[in-house]
Design a protein around this ligand. Structure first.
Ligand code: IVH
Length: 703
């Protein structure tokens, strides 16, 4: 059932390539017409781009079949000049999600536990709509708007000051007395429905492309290099948070937001203060009921701990605050026909069935692909090819097929036969036995490893992803093209791109969509990544189960790539100290530990990492951490802590650069023991590990 288009260009026969190119050219021309003349696109921009890239890759390899007047004939758009960069003084975070009442209850409970609050202590939250736009940070110095930036990756955003200044809701000067010297206000740039429809009508009249939804329209309007274009777009702004501030005008979230209003900002009128989970859920219901009548898009309700001293103590985990959560509205659904099922091969070789749908609009976006997860899922849902199915989109996640509408069956539908070989490289695709069970793993995997082009490309995409190397100008699309053209086969090749380009005939600068400037920028961005944070580097390797949080833990624990690799090789021996140490890291379980060790047990992985390390240098985690008396020390907490919860203690220790372990060993530097400590205390005494009471510990770290 594999679609010819999932076969790598390099493997296509001439006849297949020629036919595909003609088909693609015709298909793209039809999409162009629908988009520009009929204003009724049936595929998303991303899907269109994917088709176009595929055509261009084919044309690159088989120039003799180039279709006259086809996609390859068009002159590429001149590369955009870039916005300047702004490093956020405080990172711009994202929010954790709650999907049901239980998640909200768990959140409130978690906060209480972290702060060691009893049921009687008051714990208030603000509740407000989650605006579906894009966030921006406005820096005021002495009351004057100095810089305005997009969120970017949370650390570094784009300087869109001039554009933000065109938004009526954003004051150029803060109103009121006692304005702190530095005051960063954050909030959401959005477009109201009526403005969105009017803008699209205008675009249409002028023969320009229309936007899929208000959020895209807002984002597209804000990121204009010419701020007079932004000025002509009706953008608005709600203020709901802050970044670096030299003083705060209130002690609660609610209080600060009210002052925002006095300073001249728009604040959301539906924000309120609540003190119980029941009230939170009631507000959620109320705002949900109003959703259809509001003049702007919202996708949930955000709860934030009201007291700022509590927010301070709660701090962050990964890239989200512990003191806030977004309670999402249920996903929007639609019904359409499942026309076929394609198989995609992922980074770890997983074969994922993808539903090919008759295009349908779900929550403002045209959907024509959706994930079906794995073969059991298809069977469990009883989905047949040709079925009418319910499709849903939940926020930004990939659309899903909920299930078939059995009443609409005609008898023409047929079962899907899941392939047992990889549609890309032809290797066997197997379902492994789950360890210690006779059950089969849900996922069928291609056994081709890195010899499978699909896996190699997916690993490269992961390598350059946002939380990985995050190289400007080198995204998934470019990686795919570079792989196909033989410019990049493995991570280390990225750093040789420039020298190799010098030796190649098909210079990057001559490729469509590129030019001298963009190539120079790309090479500069790559050079800048020769020094890279250790946690990013570990994440980028794409070890199974190792996400950004685990990568940070590993970076903190091992301190350098060399040490990490060496320890993981030693850990292959399950009776080694290295294996015990890995498992003792708080937050790393057996499955993760095994995945890491297995990764380094593979010769080709070790080789690829070795080559990579010849090109880059790893930067250990934040140098600031090193100044604290517990930096680099391994700490274990045991017994009952009385002044703070276990998780708060752990978070504090980690923020000071300590590693927190779950068990005592010769590697432990400090055991913090509260009342009721037992075996760990005994073991520490045996090993001569320094033991502190909670009070002594607090004194050591400065209260
Ligand atoms: S608070 C530290 N409040 O949601 C928390 N965010 O997933 C900062 N958003 O990037 C965010 N409405 O773009 C907050 N009322 C609201 C929001 C809101 C929308 C967006 C924001 C942020 C994303 C987090």
């Amino acid at each position: 059932m594999s679609n010819a288009r999932s076969i790598e260009v390099a493997f296509l026969s001439k006849t297949a390539a020629k036919k595909e190119m003609m088909d693609l050219a015709a298909e793209l021309a039809a999409h162009d017409k629908r988009y520009h003349q009929e204003d009724a696109p049936v595929i998303s921009d991303a899907e269109y781009d994917a088709l176009r890239q595929r055509y261009l890759a084919l044309e690159e390899r088989f120039p003799e079949f180039a279709v006259k007047g086809g996609p390859g004939d068009k002159v590429g758009a001149a590369p955009l000049e870039k916005f300047g960069k702004v490093k956020h003084a405080k990172s711009m975070l994202s929010l954790d999600n709650a999907f049901d009442d239980g998640d909200v209850e768990d959140f409130a409970e978690r906060v209480r536990r972290f702060l060691s609050l009893s049921d009687k202590d008051e714990l208030a939250f603000t509740a407000e709509p989650k605006i579906d736009g894009l966030s921006a940070s406005l820096r005021y110095e002495k009351g004057e708007l100095i810089t305005g930036a997009t969120r970017g990756d949370g650390q570094v955003g784009e300087d869109v000051t001039q554009n933000l200044k065109t938004i009526g809701d954003i004051p150029h000067r803060l109103k009121g007395k006692n304005i702190p010297d530095v005051f960063e206000v954050r909030g959401e740039v959005y477009m109201a429905h009526e403005d969105f429809f009017a803008l699209n009508a205008r675009q249409e009249k002028e023969g320009k492309p229309v936007f899929a939804n208000p959020r895209n329209a807002a984002a597209g309007s804000l990121r204009q290099l010419d701020s007079s274009i932004t000025a002509s777009r009706p953008l608005r702004f709600f203020a709901y948070a802050w970044g670096e501030v030299s003083g705060l005008p209130a002690e609660t979230q609610f209080g600060v937001i009210e002052v925002f209003k006095e300073m001249g900002f728009q604040i959301n009128p539906l924000m309120q203060r609540v003190t119980t989970v029941e009230e939170m859920i009631k507000v959620y219901g109320k705002i949900g009921d109003m959703r259809a009548t509001l003049s702007y898009d919202i996708d949930g309700v955000v709860y934030k701990v009201d007291r700022l001293d509590y927010q301070e103590r709660l701090g962050f985990v990964s890239r989200s605050p512990r003191w806030a959560i977004a309670h999402k509205f249920p996903p929007e659904q639609a019904m359409t026909v499942l026309e076929d099922i394609d198989i995609q091969v992922g980074r770890t070789g997983a074969l994922t069935p993808v539903a090919k749908l008759r295009p349908v609009t779900v929550g403002g976006v045209v959907v024509s692909n959706a994930t079906l997860h794995n073969e059991d899922e298809i069977a469990r849902k009883g989905i047949l090819i040709g079925d009418w199915v319910i499709v849903q989109r939940a926020g930004d996640v990939i659309p899903q097929v909920v299930g078939p509408v059995k009443d609409k069956r005609t008898g023409e539908e047929r079962e899907f036969e899941f392939p047992t070989s990889c549609p890309v490289c032809g290797s066997h695709a197997v379902r492994e036995h789950r360890e210690g069970s006779d059950k089969l793993d849900a996922v069928r995997r291609c056994e081709g490893g890195l010899t499978c082009p699909a896996q190699a490309v997916e690993r490269l995409k992961h390598f350059v992803s946002r939380e990985g190397l995050d190289i400007e100008g080198l995204g998934a699309k470019q990686v795919e093209a570079f792989y196909t053209e033989g410019r990049i086969k493995e991570p280390a090749d990225i750093f040789k791109l420039q020298s190799d380009d010098g030796a190649r005939e098909d210079k990057l600068a001559d490729k469509e969509g590129w030019g001298e400037t963009s190539v120079r920028n790309l090479f500069a961005a790559i050079e800048a990544r020769r020094e890279v944070d250790l946690d990013r580097l570990i994440f980028a390797l794409g070890i199974r189960h190792v996400g950004a949080t685990t990568a940070r833990l590993l970076a903190r624990t091992y301190g350098s790539m060399a040490e990490f690799i060496q320890q993981m090789e030693l850990a292959a021996d399950r009776s080694s100290e290295a294996w015990a140490d890995l498992n003792a890291i708080d937050g790393i379980g057996l499955i993760v530990a095994e995945a890491i060790v297995e990764f380094f047990a593979e010769g080709h992985n070790r080789e690829a990492v070795g080559k990579l390390m010849a090109e880059v240098r790893d930067i250990p985690l934040a140098a600031a951490d090193l100044s604290s008396p517990v930096a680099g020390k391994t700490v274990v907490f045991t017994g009952k802590l009385e002044l703070m919860s276990r998780s708060e203690a752990k978070a504090r220790a980690e923020s000071l650069g300590a590693k927190v372990a779950g068990s005592v060993s010769a590697k432990t530097d400090i055991l913090v023991a509260g009342p009721g400590a037992g075996s760990k205390l005994k073991k520490a005494a045996e090993l001569g590990v320094e033991t502190l009471t909670e009070d002594e510990w607090l004194k050591l770290i400065g209260g």
